[in-house]
Design a protein around this ligand. Structure first.
Ligand SMILES: Cc1cc2nc3c(=O)[nH]c(=O)nc-3n(C[C@H](O)[C@H](O)[C@H](O)COP(=O)(O)OP(=O)(O)OC[C@H]3O[C@@H](n4cnc5c(N)ncnc54)[C@H](O)[C@@H]3O)c2cc1C
Length: 360
């Protein structure tokens, strides 16, 4: 088979890339190894409001176009983030956002791509590359451009000799029933060593989960998750596991005709694990760069310089803050002290990818 663009992975990064490079003059194929797009949901499903994204990533533009979210995909809204210390002290900051129905949202993003002419094949996995040809479970595919949007453990990255994220935190998530106030809850300390546990409200339910630093917690997450649920008097169904890149953007996202986007490229905020907005912002930049490449022969490297210009600095600050946090995470006492020292202002700056202290 021969296409102009092969995109591996139909998550937010891959489908957004497809949406911005598909058209009547280019054949774009989006493949995903899953049977159902967007399912199982391996995500907290929280998406910041565009005004928050502009404040975190001031160089982004036209976010309203990218994030025009139908109300049917929004299952809850929140106005605050409450960060709870190991001893239960609450630090509240204003932060608006919504809880998505990611099972449907991912399908919606794929539909936007197919409306522009992209073709989609599910239950189709990328396996390797041989002589520049992609080897997949549907056979060999020749493409002018190959996009690795296949998540944190990207096989496409490895096949192209690119490095995917160095470090990923394991995370577990599920759905809990109940009434929850419109505030994201983040619980820090030994309840989720090196990471945090969360409650992200929906109407009549919540997405609950936790992620940990694998250097501080070895073995299964299930006992930790059960302990967290018991401490909040909750139970969860549809429990799944996933990995969150925590080492910042990878050093190179373009090699020859292969590009990496989204989790595969480490496009995740290291202080909170959020990656949906970045996957989509980078996906749009990738799609536009591919369009210019196919039309005028513009170098694909333009993608790398553009996403670094727009997202690079906040992502670097976020990584730096996470590394600073590593000094405090191993001990509840130190964590309690650090949260008290930072206070609501400092903690808010950390989750917004800003410097936690003005002088650092
Ligand atoms: C537990 C958890 C909670 C999270 N909570 C949030 C949150 O609340 N808010 C937020 O913004 N971010 C959150 N994230 C991060 C967010 O989910 C990711 O950053 C986002 O999904 C990245 O999109 P992506 O398209 O790059 O990758 P993905 O959404 O992972 O999509 C990758 C796709 O590639 C496919 N694929 C993989 N390998 C192959 C292959 N070899 N061949 C074909 N297809 C393949 C997969 O099936 C998948 O569909 C969370 C992550 C986890 C694990």
């Amino acid at each position: 088979m021969e296409v102009d663009v092969l995109i591996v992975g139909a998550g937010p990064a891959g489908s957004t890339t497809a949406r911005y490079c598909a058209g009547k003059d280019s054949r774009v194929l989006l493949i995903d190894r899953r049977r159902e797009i967007g399912y199982p949901v391996q995500c907290g499903e929280f998406l910041p409001a565009p005004k928050e994204m502009y404040s975190m990533f001031p160089r982004t533009m036209d976010l309203e176009e990218l994030f025009r979210i139908d109300s049917e995909h929004v299952k809850g809204v929140s106005e605050f983030v409450d960060m709870v210390s190991p001893r239960g002290r609450r630090y509240r900051c204003s932060f608006e956002g919504m809880t998505l129905d990611r099972r449907q949202f991912d399908k919606h993003l794929v539909k936007l791509a197919t409306e522009r002419g992209a073709e989609v094949r599910t239950e189709t996995a990328f396996l390797s590359m041989k002589d520049g040809l992609a080897q997949t479970t549907m056979g060999e595919i020749r493409a002018k451009v190959i996009v690795g949007a296949d998540g944190p453990k990207s096989r496409t990255a490895r096949a192209a000799g690119l490095k995917g994220p160095d470090m990923c935190y394991p995370a577990i998530t599920g759905q809990a029933e109940g009434d929850f106030e419109p505030a994201i809850k983040m619980y820090f300390g030994s309840i989720a060593p090196g990471g945090y546990a969360w409650i992200i409200p929906k109407k009549d339910s919540a997405n609950v989960g936790l992620g940990v630093d694998p250097r501080l917690h070895k073995g299964s997450l299930r006992p930790l998750f059960d302990r967290f649920l018991a401490s909040r008097l909750l139970s969860a169904k549809d429990v799944t596991m996933g990995f969150v890149p925590q080492s910042g953007p990878v050093s190179r996202t373009v090699a020859g005709k292969v590009m990496l986007v989204g989790d595969a490229a480490g496009h995740v905020m290291a202080t909170n694990g959020g990656g949906i907005p970045l996957a989509m912002v980078a996906g749009r930049i990738a799609g536009q760069a591919i369009g210019a490449h196919l039309k005028d022969g513009a170098p694909l490297e333009q993608y790398e310089s553009k996403w670094r210009h727009v997202l690079g600095k906040p992502l670097d600050i976020s990584l730096w803050t996470r590394k600073l946090g590593d000094m405090f995470f191993p001990s509840d006492r130190r964590m309690e002290f650090a949260m008290m020292a930072l206070g609501e202002r400092g903690l808010e700056r950390a989750i917004r990818c800003s410097r936690v202290f003005y002088f650092l």
